[in-house]
Design a protein around this ligand. Structure first.
Ligand SMILES: [Zn+2]
Length: 423
């Protein structure tokens, strides 16, 4: 072959490789933009966000060519759990300043509805309360004639040993303000409490009056669905599993939504990209893809699956859960690395050879995503998340244009090689 044709061939090869990488990234970016768009309302419990997100994942699974694991072409596994939601008004005014939901304040996720105009505010210095008995005596005196601003909550929690997430459960009906200096991070609650609690940034020193208009609806049996599909391999009853949760926090009131681009539109996009790869490249093992719901409400979807598995847990050779895949500038972290050292070693070796990501960090077991109940049930599993990004997490700033997708192609190649090496 002439020198010219060799270099032509090389550049053609490079072009295809580049085009492939670009294509993967473009497809992933497209899925993230779709899933994090206002149309899906934060993939939660208001305005059919979770239902529409489920439909999106189901449609993609079918379009890609994934097959159902049952014989009846059903890809969805439905189940229910209770959840507290905020489908209506979300108004908080302090000293005539109307605060921006999601920017200036968050409502505590288990809060009740409340409506009040120009409530006088009483400030309570919690630092002075040293034990639970005096705390309970104080709580007994609180009523709805005032709003209460609790200062120095952290000192109080340290003094009394009361857990931060349990603290609000002790409060009676009424309006409560907790000043926050740090980042505002929202959650989902499966409980409802009598009180209405706000976490507020930059609370003014002098508090004159507070007006509140919020409405919450407690849904005792919110319907959710896990979306499940497979690529059959030569071994019909032995599965390599990839999972990612598609739900997020939804809406806080009828205007503000939490896009969840990094958490976990990015993981779902990776899941879809891997699914497309395996439809084109079926192998020895069957490949199972599960898009979980209810993760943000406490791993509800994956817990349900391990209770009622469509593919038996004993048939799962290895499971990799992907959650937060938006930016691997500083590489990735592997939860359960210390529990499955030989698999982790394999991953490290692949990466040392190919330099797919800058670093692979090792971490022990943790109950922080959907791999957890599988690990508990004896399924060998990793949870992989990326290290990078701007720190937008569980807030309204986790939008798709902030997701860099740095090293996303590398992460995908790493996962594909990892599966290839499985004996
Ligand atoms: Zn997540």
């Amino acid at each position: 072959m002439s020198k010219l044709s060799v270099s032509l061939l090389l550049s053609l090869l490079l072009l295809t490789l580049f085009a492939n990488g670009q294509e993967i990234e473009t497809a992933i970016r497209g899925h993230i933009a779709d899933l994090a768009s206002p149309v899906l309302h934060g993939r939660g419990y208001v305005k059919d966000g979770k239902e529409d997100a489920a439909k999106y994942m189901l449609k993609r699974f079918q379009d890609i060519g994934l097959q159902s694991v049952t014989n009846d072409k059903v890809y969805a596994q439905a189940y229910t759990f209770p959840v507290n939601t905020f489908p209506g008004k979300m108004k908080l005014t302090i000293n005539d300043d109307s605060l921006k939901p999601g920017v200036d304040f968050l409502i505590d996720a288990s809060s009740a509805s409340y409506f009040a105009k120009d409530l006088p505010v009483t400030t309570v210095n919690l630092k002075k309360i040293k034990d639970t008995a005096s705390w309970r005596a104080l709580v007994a005196k609180l009523d709805t004639s005032h709003a209460y601003c609790f200062r120095h909550l952290d000192d109080f929690l340290e003094n009394t040993g009361i857990r931060k997430d349990k603290f609000v459960y002790e409060l009676p009906m009424g309006c409560f303000i907790i000043p926050e200096d740090g980042k505002l991070t929202w959650t989902i609650s499966r409980d409802s409490i009598p009180a209405t609690v706000f976490h507020v940034k930059d609370v003014p020193k002098k508090l004159k009056a507070v007006s509140v208009n919020v409405s919450s609806v407690f849904v005792p049996a919110s319907r959710n669905a896990n979306i499940i599909g497979q690529v059959p391999g030569a071994l019909k009853d032995s599965f390599i599993v990839f999972t990612a949760h598609y739900d997020h926090l939804g809406m806080m009131g009828d205007k503000v939504y939490f896009p969840g681009a990094s958490d976990n539109a990015s993981g779902c996009a990776m899941l879809l990209s891997l699914a497309a790869y395996y439809v084109a490249h079926p192998g020895r093992y069957s490949m199972l893809f599960i898009a979980f719901s209810g993760e943000e409400a406490g791993l509800m979807g994956s817990e349900f699956y391990t209770w009622k598995p469509l593919v038996p847990l004993a048939n799962m050779k290895f499971l990799t859960n992907i959650d937060i895949m938006g930016d691997a500038t500083n590489g990735i972290t592997v939860v359960n690395a210390t529990k499955y050292p030989s698999e982790f070693d394999e991953l490290q070796q692949i990466n040392e050879k190919n330099k797919y990501v800058p670093e692979i960090r090792s971490r022990g077991p943790a109950a922080n995503s959907d791999h957890y109940y599988f690990t508990e049930a004896g399924v060998h599993s990793f949870f992989i998340y990326s290290n990078g990004g701007n720190g937008y997490y569980h807030d309204i700033f986790d939008v798709s244009k902030e997701v860099t997708l740095r090293h996303i192609g590398g992460v995908q190649k790493l996962l594909i090689d990892f599966v290839k090496e499985m004996k």
